[in-house]
Design a protein around this ligand. Structure first.
Ligand code: PLP
Length: 424
């Protein structure tokens, strides 16, 4: 097919994320990707500032990851996970347990981040039911979050400004505390801490679990908050027999400078969701990990009632093992710190630019917040004009590049962000 034919068929038949049909603006046609570069059908090369939405931490066509998929393909691409098991899944479970915060020992392999959140919620509801507390069926969270696009995850996204505000009454009614105060380094606010504790305590008898994104709220607004609030949540949930779920689907595997964002707070959840970078962005795979206490309670009462067709897909597990191996064998923390320095150097000068409300950097994440909604097609085109791939949304132009991005390409991404900010 010619590029024009592909784009015409795309326009006629294909839904894109959060798009109407046909999409308001045509997508860019990408032909291949290698290292940190995407190659468009018209020959342009773009430095990827998005890691394909937090996932491609080692870049594209990494020889080790390519080999892991090819090797596994030569054995089996898929078998059902009911009644069967295989080494790629078992190895992966062991590695996840080793890497995760202490106390998380059991792994449920899910097909996507949203599904891992559904599984986490199911674990929490079944746990409370097993303990004779079936009335504890609500979830607590703070505003400003994003946990995915299926129904329980949508119900704990921000109910007003978030992507799922359309759903109103259809979603289960959850308990919301205010958005945490902005700033990873901003000293904790005792008034917010009191409000957080109060929101949980007032609903303690109805809450099965509290679920939050630790330290970074991603698609809900790219906000950073002080890790102290996670310690507050850990204490108040423990005190009331409420489970604590950390959604590290975006922040997991080094993105904020620690392997998991929870490490900034030194606390462990009862249930942990991971995804995205788990396979280095190669295949769709996520996981929900839980403590022995959660697993024991559920299992004493019956089974964890979940079992997708593609659970534990061997290709995805094999590439996840290879990706986590690459991460462990690399100086990922040094690379993330270097990207952080590069983003700070490139983005801080944008403070004071007309239209810029805030600039923030944490780990390998850089965010420029505007004082208005971004014109997405114009801002994207401006970045593409600088040879950079970005996907701005709402009032945000932001990047989370692959960890293998070198200094020159980090500077280029910053130039792409500047162009997008000025155009958008
Ligand atoms: N949770 C968080 C924090 C996310 O950032 C996302 C995706 O952006 C999800 C859950 C949903 O993951 P998926 O898109 O794989 O369903």
């Amino acid at each position: 097919m010619t590029p024009d034919e592909i784009l015409a068929l795309d326009r006629r038949h294909v839904w894109h994320p959060y798009a109407a049909l046909p999409a308001a603006s045509p997508p860019y046609l990408v032909e291949s990707a290698e290292g940190v570069r995407l190659r468009l059908a018209d020959g342009r090369e773009l430095v990827d500032g998005m890691s394909s939405w937090w996932a491609a931490i080692h870049g594209y066509r990494h020889p080790v990851l390519d080999a892991a998929v090819t090797d596994q393909l030569g054995r089996m691409s898929h078998v059902m996970f009911g009644g069967l098991t295989h080494e790629p899944a078992v190895r992966l479970a062991r590695t996840l347990v080793e890497l995760a915060p202490d106390g998380l020992e059991h792994v449920f392999l899910a097909d996507s981040g949203s599904v891992s959140v559904e599984v986490a919620v199911k674990m929490c509801l079944q746990y409370q039911r097993a303990l004779g507390r079936p009335e504890r069926r609500r979830l607590g969270t703070w505003r400003g979050g994003y946990h995915g696009d299926t129904f329980h995850p949508m119900s704990v996204c921000d109910p007003e400004g978030g992507m799922h505000h359309l759903w109103g009454d259809v979603l289960p009614r959850q308990v919301f505390a205010p958005v945490p105060p902005a700033g990873f380094d901003t000293p904790p606010d005792p008034a917010y801490e009191a409000a957080l504790v109060d929101a949980v305590e007032r609903h303690a008898d109805e809450l099965a679990a509290v679920i939050v994104e630790p330290v970074v709220q991603g698609a809900g607004g790219m906000r950073f908050h002080h890790p102290h609030y996670l310690r507050v949540l850990r204490e108040v949930t423990w005190a009331h027999g409420i489970l604590l779920v950390f959604d590290e689907i975006a922040t997991g595997f080094g993105r904020t400078g620690t392997m998991f964002a929870a490490e900034h707070a030194g606390v462990a959840p009862d249930v942990l969701c991971v995804g995205k970078a788990l396979t280095g962005g190669y295949l769709t795979l996520a996981a929900a990990l839980c403590t022995p206490e959660v697993a024991r309670a559920i299992s004493a009462d019956g089974v964890l009632a979940h079992g997708p067709t593609f659970m534990g897909n061997p290709l995805a597990c094999a590439v996840a093992n290879a990706s986590l191996g690459l991460l462990r064998d690399s100086d990922w923390a040094g690379r993330v710190a270097r990207i952080s320095d590069g983003l700070r150097a490139g983005l801080e000068p944008l403070r004071g630019t007309p239209g810029v409300a805030d600039v923030r950097v944490l780990g390998a994440i850089g965010v420029v917040q505007l004082d208005h909604e971004v014109d997405i097609p114009r801002a994207t085109a401006a970045a593409v004009g600088q040879g950079v791939w970005l996907r701005p949304f709402r009032d945000l132009v932001y990047t989370m590049p692959p960890y293998v991005t070198d200094d020159a390409d980090v500077a280029r991404i910053a130039a792409g962000i500047e162009a997008a900010v000025k155009a958008g």
